[in-house]
Design a protein around this ligand. Structure first.
Ligand code: ZN
Length: 248
């Protein structure tokens, strides 16, 4: 499998040209042309790069790559070390940000919904990235938090009445806490995302809509994994997901 063919396929699968994003989607650092073994991970940290190259990856696919809008454009410090590692090993880095949140089957929000039994009914937020719908069956906030702990192997932080019954829910993986008030306006019982900010606590308390912070990393593990599995089947290549767990 040639890198160019591989990246063209993913680009059209995830419809990358449809999105206005904060970082480039597709090949960010070019390595060897021939792809037989792909590693996936949430973030292209040094830890992930080292694990993936030790395994012998030809390309690394991530949700959080490099070259974010507004970041210092120079290749210095940790960015220099990361890029040097990729170039020394002749390994490509491919990153997919918003297109991987949004994909209707392989995306982070779709995959989280499968894991938590959330039935999608619509979208909201910037570029329709966030989802809303219903729980498969009503349960209390405390029961739902326990289900999340079990499914994601991480205890969520939540703000709200633990005995409140939840039915309607809105969700967006990662750092989507700024969508909380839009979710409240939709009339949901709870909003689930990865991270929480101070002001979310007050909005939750004063509206009665529960806020659930289930972890940025924990909620975004599943899209890139589903993409890797899909590509492995499609192109008969090897895939391995590297879960570089972090507490956020
Ligand atoms: Zn993210």
């Amino acid at each position: 499998m040639q890198l160019s063919e591989f990246s063209d396929y993913i680009g059209s699968l995830l419809e990358i040209s449809r999105f206005r994003d904060y970082s480039p989607n597709g090949v960010q650092v070019e390595g060897r042309a021939d792809i037989r073994r792909i590693a996936t991970g949430v973030t292209a940290s040094q830890r992930l790069l080292e694990a993936a190259t030790a395994w012998g990856a030809d390309a690394i696919l991530v949700h959080h790559g490099y070259f974010w809008r507004n970041e210092d454009a120079t290749v210095t410090g940790i960015k220099k070390r990361r890029i040097a590692h990729l170039l020394q090993h002749d390994v490509s880095l491919l990153a997919y940000h918003l297109p991987l949140d949004a994909h209707p089957e392989l995306g982070n929000n779709a995959q989280l919904a499968v894991r938590l039994g959330l039935l999608a009914q619509g979208h909201f937020g910037e570029q329709d990235i966030a989802w809303h719908g219903e729980l498969r069956q009503s349960q209390t906030l405390d029961q739902f938090a326990q289900q999340i702990t079990h499914s994601l192997q991480r205890t969520p932080l939540y703000i709200g009445d633990s005995n409140r019954t939840l039915r309607r829910i809105a969700w967006c993986t990662g750092a989507a806490q700024s969508y909380f008030e839009q979710a409240v306006a939709l009339g949901v019982d709870a909003f689930l995302t990865g991270e929480i900010s101070e002001q979310n606590v007050h909005v939750a308390e004063e509206t009665g809509v529960a806020f659930i912070a289930a972890g940025h990393h924990a909620t975004e593990r599943y899209g890139v994994q589903a993409l890797g599995e899909h590509l492995a089947q499609q192109f008969k290549i090897e895939h391995r997901f590297f879960d570089m767990d972090i507490p956020v």
